[in-house]
Design a protein around this ligand. Structure first.
Ligand SMILES: Cc1cc2nc3c(=O)[nH]c(=O)nc-3n(C[C@H](O)[C@H](O)[C@H](O)COP(=O)(O)OP(=O)(O)OC[C@H]3O[C@@H](n4cnc5c(N)ncnc54)[C@H](O)[C@@H]3O)c2cc1C
Length: 491
């Protein structure tokens, strides 16, 4: 299997290999890391006439950037209200606007370069609630529109169920400007666009050592050295061997994705929505229809990189629980990717010492935010653009080492259980209400295909973390909410 893993994207995108660095280089900027953050920064620097090399330890976008769910949505992993509480309304609004600009950057780049294989699908994003809390969801839509100027609609339960034929679903937020892409093809297109501006990208070239002092920084790689006026760290969770202290500010979270075999009419009967869907504030149940009749479905999280094949059944059960009519779907592709979670769930963007920049920590929300970060850091370097300072309140925070990892995992398990209970209670309340009103029980769509054994109520997980005391779980859980979340706009 290639370094890109067993993903559908790897099967469909053409990413030619680039050579390693073998001769000394002397440039304006050295970007370390060839994921989306590094590639965007490099392209934007070169666009302004600066000489740039990108050093990539393996292949461009081999990790999170080329393996994600492909949903380009506004905002950040952090809950909007948490951002407002930390920086105030006006500042939070400016951050939201930047997050939208990041998404626009991706859209524009794909369109302008007529990018092959990027598979731009402009059909929005539904953030669905599995609880009977329509009024709260409606208030959340109003809050986002009022406080952030977000383009968002409230979809009542009936409209959601007409689009997604799942008895588990109630109302939703609809973000009409969100879109989806093939992220690996996008990364390759971005690399080509950067190279067209003069960027030189070297693969299989890990930065092994750096001397950041002085006007010219020195970066050592296995075969040659780079001298650069400025350095941009864009290594994500894999920066550890080079910068252990920086890596310690990220919790590496692996999440799992499958793409089903083509499902034909069965899929069209179940899902009448062409955009992306998330029905959980956790890592579970983020999905979209790809290639017309395959279902791409992401879920689960581990603090170690598990074998994706061991999560396939569990993800298929999630599909079956959500859409009972898709009972005997089969997975044709399964893969995993690792993202870097920050404690505050906001990206790490800024200048850490003169001439040394950081674009990192994009959590599960990196498609829009890597684009935004690349653009604003490039402009900061070339034009002293001050917008990166909007991220200064979100400093580098130690992620808690092993305890931090265990706590994130424990929080995930606990929150998943809570979500399940809340969903079950909502469905029971709805059933009782219908009974009282003399209505028939809610129709559970009949399977369009041959039924298989009923799914067990609990999914199989590969391994459980060591048990921690409740107190310790609670200590960090408050900070560990993954994205995306419905704001509780109760005010
Ligand atoms: C399963 C999954 C689903 C996701 N779904 C979505 C989604 O739908 N929407 C969304 O917005 N976000 C999503 N994300 C998050 C998003 O993919 C990431 O936030 C984003 O790709 C991070 O990009 P990056 O460039 O910072 O990191 P990476 O993609 O990890 O790239 C960093 C690169 O730096 C290189 N590197 C590290 N150290 C060195 C070194 N010393 N020398 C040279 N190179 C080095 C690495 O090899 C790597 O290629 C998802 C992530 C995962 C894992």
């Amino acid at each position: 299997m290639s370094v890109y893993g067993g993903s559908l994207y790897a099967a469909q995108a053409d990413v030619p290999a680039r050579p390693p660095l073998t001769v000394e280089a002397d440039v304006d900027v050295c970007v370390i890391g060839g994921g989306l953050a590094g590639l965007t920064t490099a392209r934007e620097l070169a666009r302004r006439g600066w000489s740039v090399v990108v050093l990539e330890a393996k292949r461009i976008a081999w990790n999170a950037s080329g393996r994600n769910t492909g949903m380009v949505i506004p905002g950040f992993a952090a809950d909007e209200q948490a951002i407002v509480e930390r920086v105030g309304s006006e500042h939070a609004r400016a951050l939201w606007a930047l997050s939208e600009q990041g998404a626009e950057y991706v859209r524009t780049t794909i369109r302008e370069t007529n990018m092959p294989g990027a598979d731009l699908v402009e059909s929005g994003w539904l953030q669905v609630s599995k609880q009977d809390n329509d009024a709260a969801v409606e208030r959340a839509a109003a809050y986002l529109a009022r406080e952030f100027g977000a383009e968002v609609e409230y979809w009542p339960t009936g409209r959601v169920r007409a689009a997604l034929r799942s008895p588990r679903y109630f109302s939703a937020l609809h973000f009409p400007k969100a879109f989806s892409i093939n992220p690996l093809a996008y990364a390759q297109g971005l690399a080509v666009a950067a190279e067209a501006m003069g960027v030189r990208i070297f693969e299989n070239t890990p930065a092994l050592d750096i001397d950041p002092a002085g006007v010219r920084k020195r970066i050592t790689t296995p075969q040659a050295r780079v001298r650069a006026g400025q350095v941009v760290f864009a290594g994500g969770t894999h920066i550890g061997p080079l910068m252990p202290k920086l890596a310690a500010t990220l919790v590496p979270v692996s999440s799992y994705v499958i793409a089903t075999a083509p499902l034909g009419d069965a899929l069209r009967e179940a899902i009448g929505f062409g955009g992306s869907v998330s029905d959980s504030a956790l890592f579970d149940n983020h999905y979209r229809v790809v290639n017309g009749d395959r279902l791409l479905w992401a879920g689960r999280c581990t603090l170690w990189e598990g074998d994706p094949a061991r999560f396939t059944k569990s993800l298929l059960r999630d599909i079956c629980r959500t859409f009972p009519q898709l009972r005997d779907v089969k997975a044709e592709y399964s893969w995993t990717g690792t993202l870097g979670n920050t404690v505050h769930l906001m990206p790490q963007i800024g200048e850490t010492m003169p001439g040394v920049w950081l674009v990192s920590g994009f959590n599960g929300h990196g498609l829009n935010t890597t684009a935004m970060a690349g653009e604003i850091v490039a402009r900061a370097i070339t034009d002293d653009d001050p917008r990166w300072r909007l991220f200064s309140p979100f400093e580098l925070v130690w992620a808690g080492g092993t305890l931090g990892k265990a706590t994130v995992q424990a929080f995930y398990y606990a929150s998943r259980t809570r979500e399940k209970i809340d969903g079950a209670l909502s469905r029971r309340r709805e059933a009782e209400k219908r009974k009282k009103e003399g209505l028939p029980p809610l129709e559970v769509p009949a399977p369009s295909m041959a039924p298989v054994e009923a799914a067990p109520s609990e999914p199989v997980v590969e391994e459980k973390p060591k048990k921690r005391s409740r107190k310790k779980k609670a200590e960090v859980a408050a900070d560990a909410t993954p994205s995306p979340t419905l704001p509780d706009a109760s005010q």
